[in-house]
Ligand binder design. Structure first.
Ligand code: DGJ
Length: 719
């Protein structure tokens, strides 16, 4: 432990400063040791209480704390039936962060230790900084020595108080479920409590992303206005609650923002001597608009979350949309060769390759039986890895280790392995979920990946899918009075399986998928290289999805494949996939020479531009989700060393107004650059022109009238 240089010398049990890098927070104890939030925001870590801290908001409301009229962030029934919890600060610890040596030497984990003043229950408020990005990770831990178990009813990870303006807004992401992830909704924060939550346990983010933007002083722009970005790093159900109170006679309003795991139906029974750890919420405060939030989240995601962040992601060709379950060895080896021929670097064999007594010819059989279906693939997986090796392309494979079809040998042998209660379990996509609280199930799930990779040792890429939610929660692995713990424990158990797989196969790249983007959270992503953003690959919808998703996740993590969804022109579909981790999911047999030419040019473009797209800085230029004209979108990625950039301009629908002038910020102002339009359709040399970085920051291109579902790509390189 060491003192933080910014920590005032009077820091003691009663004062907590957290410098998150450009912003932070300060809590101070009143005379009774209750913590109050006395500072939050750009100067929040420097704040000192100007009056007695008792006049400031409760730092983390509990039932029984100073503010009885706010929903508590922590609500516990104690072993003796006491309903209240009243915490007193004991001390603050500071430890340096040691994370692969990439952190600022001043990064630290700050822990505020508190204790209930009646009962032997302790709560630790924990903060981990990443000052290089300005993203702060926050969570709490609870343990106790009471005479029996306590029940946690509410357990938010954080609950800051903010004074917001009358035009304060919140932006949430998510739509009607499958294929509708990341729908953008921006709305006013009006008085009352707004709860934004998700359910279903395994793929909750299909309904609503665990990420949120709050604009406390009114609508923000890309480079102006205050914006808070929050991400609950949790692979289970999530809840945001925004409790807004008007201030009589004043413009401002009080906001109490709570975020964490969704406790609905998930109260946690905590035994003495055990520790409950809430999910981590990662959050940041930008006073330079939404770009500030994205830039920070991208840096933090690369530094703290993503596996092998510096490894450039390959061009993946998948067979799912091309074949679904209908394939054989000849068709797959043909696709492998064609994929290599257009320049793809990984061929990913999707669902349908397994099942012997219950062949996986549709989604109604075979899940759980991970032996290769020799009817379809007589040479086994090695015939495919050999074909890939011959074609000079890597091989990847799809698995869904957590699931079982009732029509399977696994279910026949182990009907008791599934998540269910005493009712007949409901099927969803004809399948049931295995119960990861059973150790033998966890071993089985790890074994699914192990044996698949053993059957095809040259495999270097795995897509991990999960295609149903929990609908009938129940588990024999927990005592009858502990069953509601399962919602939390399932996440930890599943993460332990993923951790084992990732550490057993360090060189295998993993894609995270759950019926599309059902698991896009910064907690689960720690064991993966990227995620499947959505099954919806209609490029018009995808532009808006990627726009929203890339507020929190770098493009290297957002897999985007060219498909025929929506029947859009191929050059446009390619251009949209190029602003994510580019891939292909097309029946390559069905493409004529002209389409194959488009695809080859798109792959070449992906290879040229991916150092900028995957590792560079994202600049959003024209928004398809808010603003005057939502018929178009433009965004650019600038190389970390500013040696190059790529700009994508998408015309989605009939334009409502003439196209704006496009500028390209972020280049070296004094350097000279050459810009060139990339024509995916014809491959002819596009127009070229030169300018300085400062010149291009003012004007790169006049975006004239363009037809719907067309794209303009400008590649810019330093001279
Ligand atoms: C859902 C995924 O999102 C799809 O990409 C595909 O892998 C199917 N599952 C396969 O069942």
């Amino acid at each position: 432990m060491r003192p933080h240089p910014d920590t005032p010398s009077d820091a003691g049990p009663g004062l907590l400063h957290v410098d998150a890098g450009g912003w932070g927070l300060t809590w101070a104890a009143d005379g009774d040791g209750r913590m109050h939030q006395v500072g939050l925001g750009p100067d929040g870590h420097l704040a000192a209480a100007e009056v007695d801290p008792v006049w400031y908001p409760d730092a983390h409301p509990t039932l029984g704390g100073p503010d009885p009229f706010r929903p508590p962030a922590l609500r516990i029934t104690h072993a003796d039936g006491t309903l209240t919890t009243r915490l007193r600060a004991e001390r603050v610890d500071r430890e340096p962060v040691d994370h692969d040596g990439t952190d600022d030497p001043l990064d630290e984990v700050v822990t505020l230790h508190t204790v209930d003043d009646l009962l032997p229950l302790r709560v630790r408020f924990r903060f981990r900084t990443h000052r290089a990005s300005g993203v702060l990770e926050q969570w709490i831990e609870v343990d106790h020595d009471e005479d029996g178990p306590v029940i946690l009813w509410d357990y938010d990870s954080l609950a800051p108080a903010l004074l917001v303006g009358p035009d304060a807004r919140v932006v949430q992401f998510g739509g009607s479920g499958w294929a509708d992830e990341w729908a953008w909704t921006s709305e006013s924060l009006t008085p009352g409590t707004k709860v934004l939550d998700s359910l279903g346990g395994i793929q909750p983010h299909l309904q609503r992303s665990p990420c949120l933007l709050v604009e406390p002083h009114g609508p923000a722009g890309e480079d102006h206005g205050a914006v808070l970005g929050l991400s609950v790093a949790w692979g289970g159900n999530v809840r945001f609650a925004l409790d807004v109170r008007p201030r009589s006679g004043q413009d401002g309003r009080d906001l109490r923002l709570r975020a964490g795991a969704n406790p609905l139906g998930a109260h946690y029974v905590l035994d003495p001597g055990t520790t409950f750890v809430t999910p981590t919420v990662a959050w940041t405060w930008s006073d330079r608009g939404r770009h500030g939030v994205s830039d920070r989240f991208h840096r933090w995601t690369r530094a703290r979350v993503l596996r092998d962040p510096d490894r450039t992601r390959a061009v993946v060709a998948n067979n799912w949309e091309a074949t679904f379950f209908d394939f054989d060895e000849e068709r797959i080896t043909g696709l492998i060769r064609r994929s290599a021929d257009v320049g793809a670097e990984v061929f990913l064999l999707d669902d349908g390759w397994f099942g012997t007594s219950h062949p996986r010819d549709d989604d109604d059989a075979g899940l759980g039986d991970w032996d290769v279906d020799r009817r379809k693939l007589p040479g086994g997986l090695t015939a495919l890895t050999d074909a890939a090796g011959d074609a000079g392309i890597r091989f990847g494979i799809w698995v869904e280790p957590e699931m079982v079809n009732p029509a399977s040998e696994l279910y026949t042998e182990h009907p008791d392995w599934v998540i269910r209660d005493r009712r007949e379990p409901r099927e969803h996509r004809n399948q049931l979920a295995l119960d990861p609280l059973r150790p033998e199930v966890r071993d089985f799930e790890v074994g699914v990946v192990d044996r698949t990779l053993a059957a095809a040792p040259a495999t270097s890429y795995v897509k991990w899918d999960a295609n149903r939610p929990v609908t009938d929660p129940g588990t024999e692995a927990l005592a009858t009075d502990r069953r509601s713990n399962a919602w939390v424990d399932w996440v930890h158990a599943t993460w332990s399986v993923m951790e084992r797989v990732a550490s057993a196969h360090p060189d295998v790249e993993l894609m995270l998928c759950a019926s599309g983007g059902g698991r896009t959270d910064h907690g689960t992503l720690r064991w993966f290289h990227e995620f499947w953003t959505s099954d919806n690959t209609d490029p018009v919808t995808r532009v808006r999805m990627q726009w929203a998703c890339q507020h929190f996740f770098p493009a290297s993590a957002t897999a985007a494949h060219v498909t025929r969804w929506g029947g859009r022109p191929l050059p446009f579909a390619c251009a949209v996939a190029l602003s994510g981790r580019f891939g292909i999911d097309l029946d390559l047999r069905a493409l004529d020479d002209s389409d194959l030419g488009v695809l080859r040019r798109a792959v070449d473009c992906a290879v040229r531009t991916r150092p900028w797209v995957q590792h560079g800085t994202l600049h959003r230029l024209v928004s398809p989700v808010d603003g005057a004209d939502r018929s178009r979108a433009a965004l650019a990625f600038v190389a970390p060393d500013r040696s190059g950039a790529v700009l994508f301009a998408y015309q989605l629908d009939e334009p409502e107004h003439p196209g704006p002038v496009l500028r390209l910020p972020g280049l070296d102002p004094d350097a000279t650059y050459r810009a060139r339009i990339t024509d995916l359709e014809h491959g002819t040399d596009g127009p070229e022109w030169e300018g300085t970085g400062s010149g291009f920051a003012e004007f790169l291109l006049d975006w004239g009238p363009t037809d719907p579902t067309t794209a303009t790509i400008v590649e810019v390189t330093r001279r």
